[in-house]
Design a protein around this ligand. Structure first.
Ligand SMILES: Nc1nc2c(ncn2[C@@H]2O[C@H](COP(=O)(O)OP(=O)(O)OP(=O)(O)O)[C@@H](O)[C@H]2O)c(=O)[nH]1
Ligand SMILES: [Mg+2]
Length: 187
């Protein structure tokens, strides 16, 4: 009988304010057809959780889950109290500065030791804020990548996840060592 190759599982939580593009981002980056998972505690949530999967390579699989400010505490606990390594993408709507304070609150909810990147979404829109301006407005530490993407066109979405993955597999990751300018918008 063939032996299944061993693989390592990672959890990536995609956090975002309402309408920032969480569902579309997960749909775009996932290799599965769009799906939602059963609610861990159906009594207290309004929406099902978005769910997706991305195989980085034969040995590493990322499971993606969407959370928003409307997600109940039970969903947060369900995702963060796991044995698998967990990383977070906060998806910012680059066209909607009115939601930046919510983004900031979501960011502050994440423990400092959790690998983390910011994805500035909706870069395809003419009124999207510049990445540097988003970094300043949200007061994002230099160590945290701010990466442009468009969940609509798909530009940058895989780069967001792979940048986070580098941090997941390298816990003492130091941006200074890499020499990569995270303000670049990878397409
Ligand atoms: N132009 C553009 N529109 C986008 C992009 N990403 C999402 N949208 C649009 O923004 C709206 C919200 O996208 P969703 O993916 O539903 O956002 P969400 O964060 O899941 O929203 P809720 O779950 O309802 O809070 C939809 O109309 C999307 O088509 C993008 O990169 N560019
Ligand atoms: Mg959604």
């Amino acid at each position: 009988m063939a032996v299944e190759p061993a693989f390592r599982k990672y959890i990536v939580v995609v956090l975002g304010s309402s309408q920032s593009g969480v569902s579309e981002f997960i749909k775009r980056v996932s290799e599965l057809p769009p799906q939602t998972m059963p609610d861990p505690n159906p009594s207290d949530t309004l929406k099902p959780l978005d769910y997706g999967r991305l195989s980085v390579d034969a040995g590493n699989i990322i499971y993606l889950y969407g959370l928003s400010e409307e997600s109940p505490l039970s969903a947060w606990t369900f995702l963060f109290d796991r044995e698998d390594p967990v990383g977070v993408v906060t998806l910012v709507d680059s066209t909607r500065p009115a939601s930046f304070s919510i983004d900031k609150a979501l960011i502050n909810n994440v423990d400092d030791d959790i690998p983390f990147v910011i994805a500035a979404n909706k870069r395809d829109c003419a009124n999207a804020w510049e990445l540097d301006a988003i970094r300043v407005a949200l007061n994002i530490d230099r160590q945290i990548p701010v990466i442009g993407c468009s969940a609509r066109t798909g530009a940058g979405v895989r780069h967001v996840i792979l940048t986070l993955f580098d941090r997941l597999i390298t816990p003492d990751y130091n941006v200074e060592d890499e020499g990569y300018d995270y303000t670049d918008f990878a397409t």
